[in-house]
Design a protein around this ligand. Structure first.
Ligand code: AMP
Length: 395
């Protein structure tokens, strides 16, 4: 796996696909610069070598050219974080981009306008990719969030750099961390899958059954399993058409020697709200009119035991409706168990949109081994798919 550390960028122009798809407020101020900060290490190394940097990214989902999605809005923030004045080309292809790149000197950084102002980007257009490629000497992909897309800048462009292509440090770390879970994992391996629906996680569950010793299933998915096993789930979220599938997963797990752990008790509420009445009940006996919105204390004690015995831990999806304080305890406790296991030497990887939000909200970010930034891309890797953006560099 070639990374930027395998190249010397002296007098070279690196064209880097970054993920600067950052949130902006109504005045176009960047409200969370994490993604720009995350790209700094890659950019710094190239500049320190005596190279120059051309950055390309998308921002939002524009339909054609839409001012509000212009990357010019992030120029100041990017310049502050990168500690160099970032130049800007108001079109990612064409004469302006070409001239700006031709004039770029060692130590300088150029940001290209939003790639998605051109439909050719998402279409993976060859001519468009070739034009982007003509701007740089070495292609670097450092955008994990879009690595599962075969877009012009994430995948197609790589073929114009038969050998001069590599991963940025951020993307390399993502791949390495996921491989620590999926390939060279230390046993016992435990996957914790929460969130709302079985249907959105089913492919992940099926693929990782081959790689784990324990699987904790929590969140809204719980109730599809419980009902399939003959329990009463009241008003809990439940996918009736996925009950057969739930039983099939349990059967497969048994066959593969994977222990499945499902909540045995839950915090049930008489309403999906912060003012609901709550009670702890057996997960198989949720009264009519009540719904399970978080894992109960017995379940958490069971999960704790499994997690503290694990050497590799993967966490995707909250154990309850953590957005409401009353139902956040299970997710917070789970984070505590994972933090404790990590402190004891386990490798822990957290990923997927909502678990990342939970980890940040409750301050576990630095107590786990790695927090993955690419929700969709990470799920696709967990599903066992080869991501086109990664394959294009490895080819
Ligand atoms: P996902 O996007 O599939 O990871 O689901 C995350 C969402 O699942 C969060 O917004 C949680 O509030 C929600 N969730 C977790 N547990 C439950 C539950 N028991 N009932 C309903 N929603 C839940």
């Amino acid at each position: 796996m070639k990374t930027i550390n395998d190249f010397n960028f002296k007098n070279k122009k690196a064209i880097i696909r970054v993920d600067f798809n950052v949130p902006l407020d109504e005045n176009f101020n960047v409200t969370d610069a994490t993604r720009i900060e995350a790209a700094k290490q890659t950019i710094d190394k190239i500049l320190a070598d005596g190279g120059s940097v051309i950055l390309m990214s998308h921002l939002g989902r524009p339909k054609g050219v839409e001012e509000k999605y212009s990357l010019k809005h992030i120029l100041k923030t990017a310049s502050d974080i990168l500690e160099v004045p970032v130049q800007f080309a108001s079109n990612c292809v064409g004469v302006e981009a070409k001239t700006a790149s031709d004039q770029l000197q060692a130590g300088q950084v150029l940001l290209l306008e939003n790639l998605r102002f051109h439909a050719e980007e998402e279409a993976g257009d060859m001519a468009f990719a070739k034009e982007l490629a003509s701007l740089g000497d070495i292609y670097v992909n450092d955008a994990f969030g879009t690595a599962h897309r075969a877009h012009a800048s994430t995948t197609i462009i790589a073929q114009f750099f038969p050998t001069e292509k590599c991963f940025g440090l951020l993307l390399a770390k993502e791949i390495e961390s996921l491989n620590k879970v999926l390939k060279d994992s230390k046993k016992p391996v435990t996957a914790i899958l929460g969130g709302s629906k079985v249907s959105s996680k089913i492919t992940v569950i099926e693929n990782i059954l081959d790689k784990v010793d324990h699987m904790i299933i929590g969140g809204g998915m719980t109730f599809t399993f419980v009902k399939a096993l003959g329990g009463k789930v009241g008003n809990s979220i439940c996918e009736d058409d996925k009950q057969e599938l739930a039983l099939e997963i349990l059967r497969l797990a048994k066959e593969k020697g994977v222990q499945i752990h499902i909540p045995v008790d839950v915090v049930a509420a008489d309403d999906f709200s912060a003012t609901a009445n709550t009670q702890i009940v057996d997960v198989r006996e949720i009264p009519d009119g009540w719904e399970g919105l978080d894992a109960g204390p017995k379940s958490l004690a069971n999960f704790k035991k499994v997690i503290l015995e694990s050497k590799t831990i993967l966490w995707n999806g909250p154990l309850g409706v953590f957005e409401i304080d009353k139902f956040a305890n299970g997710t917070i406790e789970l984070g505590n168990f994972i933090a404790e296991a990590t402190a004891n030497g386990a490798f822990s990887l957290v990923g997927g949109g909502d678990s990342v939000a939970a980890v940040k909200q409750f301050g576990f970010e630095h107590k786990v081994s790695y927090v993955s930034t690419g929700g969709g891309a990470m799920l696709e890797m967990l599903e066992g798919r080869v991501l086109p953006g990664i394959a294009a560099i490895l080819e």
